[in-house]
Write a protein that binds this ligand. Structure first.
Ligand SMILES: CC(C)(COP(=O)(O)OP(=O)(O)OC[C@H]1O[C@@H](n2cnc3c(N)ncnc32)[C@H](O)[C@@H]1OP(=O)(O)O)[C@@H](O)C(=O)NCCC(=O)NCCS
Length: 199
């Protein structure tokens, strides 16, 4: 099994091509040269998309942070863009291979579910507004699950849950096999925890 650091040195096992209608996309690990494209992706998100994914991050600072974190911590980020060009990004998937005790681990314990940190990954996708509703997030799932399996994990939970008001995302997750396991309220309002076991 490769480590996150090893995948940063050689991210080729993560690269996939997906086809959506007639458009070919490359899905691959975020890399150091993506700062401008990632900043533009974050800056271009609508208020609604930002509200549901990373909220008020400052685009250029977040892009630099995320690039600086490549291979160093728990995060593995995938990006999608049209084949044969690296800009603009059409989607970003956050995978986190850590489970903070005060967050998902304790929320799930409250639902009677003992998450195993050795096999549980946190997942948070975002598709550029112009591509939403066209099946891109669905197309990103097989490459994301391949990455999860590559790192020998097989249980997926939503990173920070999903906002209860994010009906579109909740429908999307349900359609793709996630189950709702409980609800919580925090400073951001009401959230729902959803989980998927990869088979
Ligand atoms: C939630 C999110 C990731 C879904 O991504 P998406 O690419 O729009 O998802 P899909 O296109 O695969 O599916 C969404 C809708 O498009 C429809 N759709 C799927 N494939 C389609 C296709 N080929 N043609 C037309 N519509 C299609 C689906 O039926 C679905 O319809 P619904 O909204 O009525 O349920 C996206 O809306 C997003 O990034 N939102 C902002 C950030 C966010 O909320 N992230 C989740 C945080 S928990």
């Amino acid at each position: 099994m490769p480590s996150i650091a090893a995948l940063a040195a050689d991210p080729s096992p993560l690269t996939r091509e997906v086809v959506l209608a007639d458009t070919r996309f490359v899905v691959r690990a975020l890399r150091a040269g993506d700062a401008v494209a990632l900043t533009a992706f974050l800056a271009g998100l609508s208020h609604t998309s930002r509200r549901f994914w990373h909220r008020d991050v400052e685009p250029a600072a977040a892009a630099l942070d995320w690039i600086d974190a490549i291979g160093r911590h728990d995060k593995l980020r995938l990006v999608a863009h049209r084949a044969h060009r690296t800009d603009p990004l059409a989607g970003v998937v956050d995978l986190s291979f850590s489970l903070p005790a005060e967050a998902e681990l304790s929320r799930y314990a409250g639902y009677g579910i003992a998450l195993d940190p050795e096999r549980t990954v946190r997942f948070g996708p975002c598709v550029a507004d112009a591509w939403q509703g066209r099946g891109l997030a669905a197309a990103l799932l097989p490459p994301a699950w391949d990455a999860v399996r590559l790192l020998a994990h097989d249980r997926v939970v939503l990173f920070g849950g999903v906002r209860a008001a994010n009906h579109r995302a909740r429908r999307f997750y349900l359609r793709h096999g996630f189950v709702e396991v409980g609800g919580f309220t925090n400073g951001d309002g009401d959230g729902i925890d959803m989980m998927l076991d990869l088979v």
